[in-house]
Design a protein around this ligand. Structure first.
Ligand SMILES: *Cc1c(COP(=O)(O)O)cnc(C)c1O
Length: 387
């Protein structure tokens, strides 16, 4: 059979005319930023996830940074995360002057290995080298085992930050990811390839009011205009006070308007993603590929679908896909193998499961607007590449 060549990215936003109208509305409004739309988006995020508080920011990376700052991460602190993530999961700790270390993944879920975490915590507690925070990544949209992570970290008072950049719209233990009851902070991203988009953007969710207030300060110069919080006993009407060294990580109302409109479609998008994942499971079963775990089919937000191609064939299969217009990608090059992290002293061989997984991984296209023909096309190109 011959096919007309397609051009499929690995991920893509769906922006519809009502999304566009809501952005135009804001552009015609008085406030492009610091108006009422961003707070409305924050309340909608709380409503969707069940979290008590949300701070919208200009990227997921900014969200990870202020979560670390609000957790008190600073020079001399230690933060652990997984190698199998985007560099931002580790960089956020370095921004605060802290040190980073990694915990290997479970090769079946590709999420943090509970066994490795347990072993590393035991060792660290014996050597008085426990981390101050753990950044947990919900790889591909499937939650890490938060109950187990909570049970392991709580005795040591370790702050848990969920990097839920892949996972908004997913569930864990019957609750929306982002509800924040299993951790101290949940960070998500609204980059166009993620579950919903604001172009660039992100949010931090928490159930703790004090942490929320810290997040808010760090996201906006450390400045408060809340008169009840001011040190001045007789604040002039124009007064604002800077209480700590914050950043300008605010999300504009223009971006928030897109997010607010997109959020109403989140369940629809994730449902589409699940259907596509289910199709892949059905249509790829006969091929010599390692597929994602299927158990979380109805819980995962299915940000990405990663197949593993063994026996050193990953590169040729990837190339065939690219040649046929199937936008491949690889999630992720282990963070510790990046030249920058090598300069910090990390070495290949330290996290064998992440490294072996990486050698075989290919992310195939998955986005809500994919058609049945698109799926068949991807499967056919994989069949060709593997024959
Ligand atoms: C996308 C992503 C981020 C960063 O989000 P941005 O909004 O692009 O800054 C962080 N962690 C993971 C796992 C991501 O996929």
């Amino acid at each position: 059979m011959s096919y007309v060549k397609r051009h499929l990215p690995y991920g893509k936003h769906s922006v519809e005319s009502d999304d566009i109208s809501s952005v135009i509305d804001v552009l015609e409004n008085q406030f492009l930023t610091q108006g009422s739309v961003t707070p409305k988006f924050e309340r909608a995020l709380c409503e969707y996830t069940g979290a008590g508080f949300a701070v919208a920011v200009n990227s997921g990376t900014s969200g990870l940074h202020i979560a670390c700052l609000a957790a008190g991460i600073k020079s001399g602190s230690l933060v652990w995360t997984v190698p199998n993530s985007f560099v931002a999961s580790a960089n956020c700790a370095l921004y605060c002057g802290a040190d980073v270390d990694f915990v290997d993944i479970d090769p079946s879920t590709r999420n943090i290995s509970i066994e490795a975490l347990s072993r590393k915590l035991q060792l660290a507690s014996e050597n008085d080298a426990l981390p101050d925070a753990l950044v947990v990544v919900h790889f591909s949209g499937m939650s890490s085992p938060m109950r187990e992570i909570r049970a392991l970290t709580q005795p040591y008072g370790i702050t848990v930050i969920e990097d839920a950049a892949h996972a908004l719209g997913g569930t864990y233990d019957g609750k929306p990811i982002g509800c924040g009851i299993f951790s101290d902070f949940v960070v998500t991203s609204f980059h166009p390839v993620k579950s919903i988009t604001t172009a660039e953007g992100g949010a931090v969710l928490t159930n703790d009011k004090t942490r929320y207030e810290q997040l808010r300060l760090f996201s906006s110069h450390g400045i408060t205009k809340d008169r009840s919080k001011m040190l001045s006993t007789d604040p002039e009407p124009w007064l604002y006070e800077q209480h700590l060294l914050g950043l300008n990580y605010r999300l504009s109302d223009v971006h928030a308007a897109l997010g607010l409109s997109q959020l109403t479609k989140l369940d629809k998008f994730v449902e589409k993603r699940r259907q596509i994942a289910a199709e892949y499971f059905a249509q790829l079963a006969h091929l010599p590929l390692i597929l994602p775990v299927r158990e979380a089919l109805d819980e995962s937000a299915w940000h990405i679908f990663v197949v593993e191609v063994e026996n050193g064939k990953r590169r040729s299969v990837f190339q065939h896909l690219v040649d046929k217009g199937v936008g491949g990608n690889v999630h992720y090059i282990p963070i510790h193998l990046q030249p920058f992290y090598q300069r910090l002293g990390f070495r290949a061989g330290s996290y064998p499961h992440s490294e072996k997984y990486y050698e075989n991984a290919i992310t195939i296209p998955l986005f809500p607007d994919m058609t049945a023909d698109d799926i068949t096309y991807v499967v056919t190109m994989l069949e060709e590449a593997l024959s």
